[in-house]
Write a protein that binds this ligand. Structure first.
Ligand SMILES: [Zn+2]
Length: 501
């Protein structure tokens, strides 16, 4: 049984003065935050885990650290898309099941969407994963087609960010790394960095304004935001290139685009751009047949940057979002290891197919040693790949090998999920204790792209550094805020759970 250190009254000021009580770690199990954890709350959590209502009520306001894998365009609430379609007076094409401005097919009007709830329901089914059992197309197709279907109804970036921030604050998320190309490399190659910096400053002002205007329930909660630039693996290549597809021409084209986003990331690092990711289903023809070329292009470009610039060039790459149903066996034998060795990934998105790696145990050891985290997106994997339940998901495969794991949402709008529900799923699917969920929350900040030194020794959240001033490190400051938020949360929960005595 885990022991808990006596919980003292820790304040930011106390921590800043570096007066730390080092935990008695002799009985601490890796992956379990016991230092400062309330035994009463942890014991109650075991009861809460047996009932969905108790569990969600518990987790809703539990501090969650960061959401490191979030695509805002897939995270918008479907209702917001419908409202935007109504504002734009779009039609919903019933054959294509998509928003359009005009069509020869039968359609619903914005008036239908306002006043006929069953028509609105039909639209919601087409754009989300909520009624998949009734769909004819599989989850993979339904998910990826949703983006095309609701594309014309996408609200402005500003509106998306506001909605994301409000939801994050309310669910006690304190940092987000949003996979969104808020700045783009211009087609003509002439980059106006002044204009791009202005754009990023504008978005940060919007963030501050949104947080300042949160209602009383969430006021005072801070959410930091970083952006991860996205680059399509190539399904969006020009039509001419598609017609006479040639791998060397593709590589040249893709490599130039990689260089462009890398340049943006390095030059705008201090303005909030913290990394790069690749988009497109990993089982698409171009992802499968050109994977080696893509990794080569990343590797060559990455090597052309100085060591100092490489620090600003973080790659978090979707890798291994595959199963045998969606990929030939051979393509899964080195997908993740190559994404790390040649793609220079600091984090891996999904990592589901790791079990098929030729040197799978070597891969686990390498990820653990280098601190390469895997971003686990449970609802997304369930909806797209059909990996449902703890017995099927490779979470424990990573977790038990002490590879860093973080819990993320991916596309919470389409999935009809959120980070609270993802934690609930993790707790029940893998029978995790409260102290382990805390570890996951701390992992999300430890393996974020926030700059600065960690507050903790060797990624062990029971051992805080005694000599570090958190004020000098944004990461340590965020970790300290999380520490304090947990103290407050547990203190409130100790009172709340008396209701169930
Ligand atoms: Zn993703």
């Amino acid at each position: 049984m885990a022991r808990y250190s006596k919980r003292g009254k820790l304040t930011v000021a106390a921590l800043l003065s570096a007066v730390f009580i080092l935990a008695d770690i002799s009985s601490v199990r890796a992956g379990s935050v016991t230092d400062g954890t309330s035994g009463i709350v942890a014991a109650y959590f075991e009861k809460a885990k047996t009932n969905e209502a108790l569990l969600i009520a518990f987790l809703h306001k539990m501090p969650k650290g960061a959401d490191l894998h979030n695509h805002p365009s897939g995270a918008v609430e479907i209702e917001t898309l419908i409202d935007t379609a109504i504002e734009k007076d779009l039609l919903f094409d019933l054959k294509e099941r998509a928003f359009v401005s005009d069509t020869a097919n039968p359609f619903y009007t914005s008036m239908d969407l306002r006043f006929d709830f069953w028509k609105k329901d039909e639209v919601m089914d087409a754009l989300s994963m909520r009624n998949m059992e009734k769909e004819k197309e599989n989850g993979h197709t339904h998910f990826f087609r949703a983006f095309e279907r609701f594309g014309p109804a996408m609200p402005s970036v500003e509106k998306i960010i506001e909605e994301t921030l409000r939801r994050a604050a309310s669910q006690r998320i304190s940092h987000m790394e949003l996979m969104l190309s808020v700045v783009e490399f211009p087609e003509d190659g002439t980059v106006d960095y002044g204009a791009l910096k202005k754009r990023l400053l504008h978005l940060d002002e919007l963030r501050e304004r949104t947080l300042a205007n949160l209602d009383e329930r969430d006021k005072g909660w801070n959410v930091d935001v970083s952006y991860i630039l996205t680059l399509n693996r190539g399904e969006d290549i020009p039509v001419e290139m598609r017609k006479a597809f040639d791998t060397s021409a593709y590589k040249k084209y893709f490599s130039q685009r990689v260089k462009n986003v890398m340049d943006l990331s390095v030059n705008l690092h201090d303005y909030g751009i913290k990394g790069i990711t690749l988009l497109a289903p990993e089982d698409s023809w171009i992802s499968r047949t050109c994977f080696d070329l893509q990794m080569e292009a990343i590797d060559e470009n990455w090597r052309s940057f100085s060591e100092e610039d490489r620090d600003k060039l973080k790659l978090t790459l979707h890798s291994g979002e595959l199963t045998i149903e969606f990929s030939p066996y051979d393509a899964m034998r080195n997908r993740i290891s190559k994404t790390i060795s040649e793609g220079h990934a600091s984090r891996i998105g999904h990592g589901v197919d790791a079990i098929w790696e030729d040197d799978v145990y070597g891969l686990l050891g390498n990820m653990r040693e280098k601190g390469i985290a895997v971003e686990i997106c449970l609802s997304s994997g369930e909806g797209i790949l059909g990996i449902s339940g703890g017995a099927r998901h490779p979470f424990r495969f990573y977790w038990d090998a002490r590879v860093p794991v973080v819990i993320c949402t991916d596309d919470e709008g389409i999935s009809r999920s959120n980070l609270t529900l993802e934690y609930a799923k993790a707790a029940t699917w893998f029978d995790l204790r409260y102290e382990e969920l805390k570890w996951l929350a701390f992992n999300s900040v430890e393996y974020s792209f926030l700059p600065g030194e960690s507050l903790f020794v060797d990624g062990d959240f029971n051992r805080r550094k005694t000599s570090l001033s958190p004020a000098k490190s944004p990461k340590a400051l965020k970790q300290m805020e999380l520490w304090e938020a947990f103290l407050k949360f547990e203190s409130r929960m100790e009172r709340n759970i008396k209701l169930f005595d």
